[in-house]
Design a protein. Structure first.
Length: 110
């Protein structure tokens, strides 16, 4: 079994939750999102994030606005919609339950 593939699948499973959590406080530009993920040691490439942002927008969880940039093309800033805030709250509850359960199992069996 390929451990790197398993690690990648685990990261992919929480990426949506992490992106919504990053955007919950304030609108974010894609490079800001990538930088926050990188700082948290959740290494993700642009090619993964852009389609996910588009899907979240199409699902009604994100909105975006364009802002002119003095150093290049306009930038697209993403923010949570009301539906996105509700969805994130549900994910927070699920994450707490899941991480508690995994901690109980992994701690018990070590």
């Amino acid at each position: 079994m390929n451990i790197e593939n398993t690690k990648a699948q685990m990261r992919k499973g929480v990426l949506e939750f992490c992106i919504l959590s990053i955007i919950k406080e304030k609108e974010a530009y894609t490079s800001d999102i990538l930088e926050t993920l990188k700082d948290a040691k959740l290494l993700v490439v642009e090619g993964t994030v852009y389609p996910l942002l588009t899907r979240l927008k199409n699902d009604g969880l994100l909105s975006y606005r364009w802002e002119e940039s003095t150093s290049g093309p306009p930038r697209k800033y993403y923010g949570l919609t009301e539906l996105g805030k509700t969805f994130l709250n549900e994910l927070n509850g699920t994450w707490t339950e899941l991480s508690d359960a995994v901690n109980i199992i992994t701690t018990k069996n070590n």
